[in-house]
Design a protein around this ligand. Structure first.
Ligand code: NAD
Ligand code: MG
Length: 382
């Protein structure tokens, strides 16, 4: 039986690589749903090639174009944000890959969990915004959340066969991004062009900026807490510029397990889609002799404040990570529009954490309101 896959955000970096994985494993998967926000041309091309039953285009103004192009192919076309939450409930879907970016992933993920679909989670922002609620909902609906993020996939792979053994510590590796080694004064005038040049990974714009500012690692710390049920003080971050060790788990006997490989997101995508099977691949193999020096450094928390802010938000709990995420989304957007400088992003997030209303035990509605409210505060501050 082929696994039937819905890909939310099929035109992005993760989405297109997921389709490469599916193409190469056509006996194992078929595509049920594809969705995109604005890239109608690529969505149409993907739909013609992969023949899903349903596509969703986020931007309503692109609906007519997509609809008329796919009319001859018997593909249902919907548009708008609400359609995302509706289409993932379809009984023909086995697994939903959340490859869309930002807060927009939250409601469709909830809807997929309630419909009992396995989640292959790339959209880390969902767990940052509502980790407590999402993990409880997944338990209630007996749904597996399989990580796609390379660090979390590494941890998940290290935990295989260790179900009865408590984790002592999780060690998340970070490449350090394009500005590793730089100090605050060097970062005052960096441009978006420089920030968008990641040394090891080719990704969407938002996560690439997050990687340059170390917010990505902060979001991943929060993601790890919820995926693996550990306390904040059990998560450590270490800079590993070569991005070969994707992360590590230390157990109570002191033993450390790591997962290694060349930096290629197709591997964690394929592991999540194929889970529990490791499907064969022709991905380039790692050769130790090409990497005689794997190195490690302490993260520079003085220069890259975002990682601290994320740890603080996680310790504070409640809606603080939701505030952090919303402020960061506005900050990154403003930086990409040349409206604020690189270091202003952390100032803005700190301001929002201080100004937005704190809620200790937020409901889903509280989180939806917190997101709205924080975005407004951030926009006013800019
Ligand atoms: P991307 O910007 O390349 O692609 C985003 C996709 O989501 C596109 O298909 C776009 O059409 C869609 N989208 C954008 N805004 C949307 C909205 N408001 N509503 C619905 N759909 C929308 O992003 P990406 O780099 O592929 O990242 C996707 C997610 O995966 C992010 O949460 C990111 O943190 C995570 N992730 C990415 C990588 C990577 O290598 N790219 C690695 C780890 C985790
Ligand atoms: Mg990652």
């Amino acid at each position: 039986m082929k696994k039937r896959v819905a890909i939310l955000g099929s035109t992005g970096s993760i989405g297109t690589q997921a389709l490469e994985v599916i193409s190469a494993n056509a006996d194992s998967f078929e595509v049920e749903v594809l969705t995109a926000q604005s890239n109608a041309d690529l969505l149409i091309k993907q739909a013609v090639e992969f023949k899903p039953n349903v596509v969703v285009i986020g931007l309503e103004s692109e609906y007519d174009k997509v609809h008329s192009a796919l009319d001859p192919f018997d593909v249902k076309v919907y548009c708008g944000q609400k359609a995302l939450s509706a289409v993932v409930e379809n009984e023909n879907i086995d697994i939903v890959l959340t490859a869309l970016v930002g807060y927009a992933g939250l409601l469709p993920t909830i809807s997929a969990i309630k419909a009992g679909k396995t989640i292959a989670l790339a959209n880390k922002e969902t767990l940052v915004v509502a980790g407590d609620l999402i993990t409880k909902l997944a338990i209630e609906h007996k749904v597996n959340i399989l990580p796609v993020d390379s660090e979390h996939s590494a941890i998940f792979q290290c935990l295989s066969g260790e179900y009865i053994n408590p984790i002592e510590k999780i060690i998340l590796t970070a490449s350090g991004g394009p500005f590793r080694g730089k100090k605050k004064e060097d970062l005052l005038k960096v441009t978006k062009k420089e920030a968008l040049k990641h040394p090891n990974w080719d990704m969407g714009a938002k996560i690439t900026i997050d990687s340059a500012s170390l917010m990505n690692k902060g979001l991943e710390v929060i993601e790890a807490k919820w995926l693996f049920g550990v306390e904040t003080n059990q998560i450590e971050v270490i800079v590993h510029p070569q991005s070969i060790i994707h992360s590590l788990v230390q157990f109570e006997d002191g033993s450390i397990k790591a997962q290694l490989g060349l930096p290629d997101m197709k591997l964690p995508i394929q592991y999540a889609l194929g889970y529990p099977h490791r499907l064969p691949s022709d991905f380039q193999r790692f050769d130790f002799l090409n990497y005689p020096n794997l190195t490690f450094e302490k993260p520079d928390l003085e220069t890259f404040q975002n990682l601290n802010l994320a740890f603080e938000a996680l310790k504070r709990g409640g809606n603080a990570p939701c505030i952090l995420n919303a402020a960061n989304e506005i900050a990154v957007e403003a930086f990409l529009q040349d409206r604020i400088g690189f270091l202003n992003m952390s100032d803005l997030i700190l301001d929002c954490l201080q100004k937005a209303t704190f809620i200790k035990n937020p409901t889903l509605d509280d989180l939806i309101n917190t997101n709205e409210h924080t975005r407004n505060i951030a926009k006013e501050l800019i």
